[in-house]
Design a protein. Structure first.
Lengths: 166, 392, 191
């Protein structure tokens, strides 16, 4: 592209510089044949250990939830559906693990994981720290509707031992 | 090389029958994109070609339009940060920085010293990561595959660090209004130090492998030249403006964070290695030199790190007083500006993002005419656009 | 801060009517220069030697008027400066401004975006089309009174089955069912 008149020596100089710089590049590439550790992992067999504060799948420990709605308010994409009714007066008020009284009866806690943007704002505001990001990242589904997780269903409550970091 | 200054009206007049034959010549319209590996996303460029020469290029944008500015008018100030992340997903930290600086300016929040230093370190690391991506994909556009892998190897180390401090690999939500989310530990600082030592050697390797390669130079030198006057008139910023030869950098002329305490140079294009001022090679080399400067800056700011809090006092529900502001910072791709108008509510009244990529995409029709199609690909790569930011 | 600039604008351009806008009582932020919408082109021609780059054209809909803000900057490390020039358009039906594409090349796309989002049309614009929305989209999205169109090219915009309505569905079902049963069900899970 450069406008310069091609001379006889220039012609050979061009060939020389092109071959030389290519050889330098090929030498750099060739050195990767040995002495370099692979940077990838063979995924299904080997798994990377994710950091402690990694923001993957959300898990709500429903037994500790006080239905304060803070997570649903702070969610920028409105993917948390929570509803509750006041606890009848004739029943005693149970307490969470950290001693906060549960004045409401949680009747629905659904997170649409397909909408979730994994920003972590809901976990920060949670007063009892029952809503947490876990390091579980393998939960693909065949249909989008299946990405809605109902945290009051028995099978999800049973996940607690596996997912919640102590 | 033949210059191609005629505009389309003249070309239409030329579409006449060749004398003595029934043959005629006319321009061929080629759609490049929206799914094209060289357009870095969903950019569609309608190219009118005369054989292999581009006569006119019309970019069509909007394929990634997500109504972000409209959405932000209904979300509280903290919730906007994940949205701002998704503008330029390759340099999310820099976008967060601009937005949180705009809100802090309106609120009058004082950001603790340690948070400022961490912000500097992180945004410079983000600049390196973003430039590595630009370098790798640019080499890939021009037919060299291995630099892409080497660049990704180094970028991966930065992303691992970001993942440790913020919890996410790409869309961090790490810079909060008033400071940063998590503190950096000494072990992580040691990791950065380790990375920088290795990275300096890598930069030398990139220089040998790509920058001084004769084929790469032939593909980029003298291609897509943008004069300084045009760069000003188009409002170009960042590496595109500096590649045209002006040492304009907001970190120097209007320092924010702790940039006024750091010692660094502004690399500009000056026709290195026999290139033409303002061409693709200059824009490319400015990015490479900026990475060297970023390494210097991170080293200096790591020494300035003192113990202390990382987040200032911000009320639980953020209500910004009535008023408006225009805040701009130097992002990897240029100057990002946030025009924030508040009516004293919990949500922004108007949030306008001035994205550098939008401005730079508008340069394409100007530099395209007269280029070969393959050189046009080189031009798109050299201005380094991210379509998430163009379309918002 | 901008007083010298304002006097020079007023003396150079008749009927520019430039005034300083500062944050009022209890307000905060940057001050700016307000000019007459008819004189935009002349003012920009006058400002071009002083400010060599147009950064962005931003529109704001204040319901009683539409404000168009021009951010100008001078890219010179020796004397950096910037200014926000504003103009207010009272007409909401067909707001009109003079295009400044002949002065700043950057204005081309920025004005197209302003037209796309606020419906401000620019006289003498070389390529006056929408930029982010499709060409045949209706309405101006960033206006405060914007309503999304129902049908676009035979396709329903925001169809019912794609809307995020789970909360409402749950509430509806709850109304149908017995609340005492719901509480008993929840209590049986230990909630």
């Amino acid at each position: 592209m450069r406008d310069e008149r091609l001379t006889f020596f220039g012609y050979f100089r061009n060939i020389y510089t092109a071959v030389k710089s290519s050889l330098i590049g090929m030498w750099i590439t060739f050195r990767y044949v040995w002495g370099k550790k692979p940077v990838t992992v063979e995924y299904p067999e080997v798994r990377d250990v994710l950091p402690d504060n990694t923001r993957s799948r959300l898990y709500n420990d429903a037994l500790n939830c006080i239905s304060c709605n803070m997570c649903a308010i702070s969610c920028p994409v409105d993917c948390i559906y929570i509803s509750s009714v006041p606890r009848p007066k004739d029943l005693d008020v149970p307490k969470c693990d950290d001693g906060t009284p549960k004045r409401q009866v949680l009747t629905q806690y659904v997170i649409d994981t397909a909408l979730c943007c994994y920003c972590g704002l809901c976990t920060v505001v949670c007063p009892t720290e029952c809503l947490t990001h876990t390091d579980d990242y393998e939960y693909s589904q065949y249909e989008v509707a299946d990405m809605k997780y109902d945290y009051l269903s028995d099978d999800l409550i049973a996940w607690r031992d596996r997912l919640v970091k102590s | 090389m033949q210059t191609w200054d005629m505009d389309l009206e003249e070309l239409k007049e030329e579409e006449t029958n060749l004398p003595g034959t029934k043959l005629k010549t006319e321009l061929l319209t080629v759609n490049m994109g929206p799914q094209h590996p060289a357009t870095h996303g969903v950019l569609r460029v309608e190219i009118k070609t005369d054989s292999e020469i581009v006569a006119q290029a019309i970019p069509h944008i909007g394929y990634l339009h997500r109504c972000m500015e409209k959405h932000c008018e209904a979300i509280d100030y903290r919730g906007v940060i994940p949205f701002v992340d998704r503008l330029d997903y390759l340099a999310a930290m820099s976008q967060e920085l601009t937005y949180s600086m705009a809100v802090e300016k309106m609120l009058g929040t004082e950001v603790p010293r340690r948070a400022l230093v961490i912000r500097t370190i992180v945004s410079e690391l983000q600049r390196i990561a973003s430039h590595l991506m630009a370098f790798g994909t640019y080499a890939l556009d021009l037919g060299a595959f291995s630099p892409f892998l080497y660049a990704f190897d180094e970028r991966e180390k930065i992303l691992t660090f970001f993942e440790e401090i913020s919890g996410a690999r790409l869309l961090y939500n790490y810079f909060w209004i008033g400071g940063v989310w998590n503190d950096i530990t000494d072990r992580q600082l040691g990791y950065i130090d380790n990375f920088l030592n290795g990275f300096e050697k890598e930069l030398v390797k990139y220089d040998k492998l790509v920058s001084s390669n004769r084929i790469f130079q032939e593909r980029t030198m003298g291609v897509g030249t943008l004069s300084l006057a045009d760069a000003h008139s188009f409002g170009a910023t960042g590496p595109v403006l500096r590649g045209s030869g002006q040492a304009w950098d907001l970190r120097k002329v209007d320092p924010y964070l702790i940039y006024d305490e750091l010692d660094f140079d502004i690399p500009i294009g000056e026709g290195q290695r026999g290139s033409e001022l303002g061409d693709c090679y200059n824009r490319y080399i400015v990015r490479m030199l900026e990475m060297v400067e970023s390494v210097k800056m991170i080293r200096q700011s790591m020494k300035l790190l003192e113990p202390g809090p990382v987040i200032g006092k911000v009320s639980k529900v953020i209500k910004v007083p009535k008023g408006e502001t225009y805040t701009r910072t130097e992002c990897p791709r240029g100057e990002l500006g946030i025009h924030l108008v508040s009516m004293g509510d919990k949500t922004p009244y108007r949030l306008k993002v001035k994205s550098p990529c939008f401005t730079h995409t508008s340069i394409l029709p100007h530099i395209a005419p007269g280029q070969m199609i393959a050189d046009f690909v080189a031009s798109i790569g050299s201005i380094d656009i991210v379509l998430g930011e163009v379309d918002r | 801060m901008y007083s010298e600039l304002i006097t020079s604008i007023n003396s150079a351009v008749t009927n520019a009517n430039a005034t300083l806008v500062t944050p009022g009582e209890g307000e905060i932020g940057d001050s700016s220069v307000l000019i007459n919408p008819e004189s935009v082109l002349e003012v920009m021609k006058f400002l071009k030697p002083l400010y060599n780059a147009l950064q962005v054209i931003s529109g704001v809909d204040y319901t009683e008027y539409i404000e168009v803000c021009y951010f100008l900057a001078h890219f010179d490390p020796a004397a950096p400066k910037d200014v926000m020039i504003k103009t207010r358009l009272k007409d909401r039906v067909a707001p009109k401004l003079d295009s400044i594409c002949s002065v700043y090349l950057a204005a081309n796309w920025q004005e197209r975006e302003c037209y796309d989002m606020f419906g401000v049309s620019f006289n003498n614009h070389p390529d006056h089309r929408r930029i982010l929305c499709p060409d045949d989209w209706e309405g101006w999205p960033l206006r405060k009174d914007y309503k999304v169109q129902e049908v676009y090219r035979g396709m329903k915009v925001n169809p019912e089955n794609k809307m995020n309505r789970d909360d409402q569905l749950f509430e509806d079902n709850k109304q149908k069912g017995n609340e005492a049963d719901l509480i008993a069900w929840a209590l049986s899970k230990g909630l």
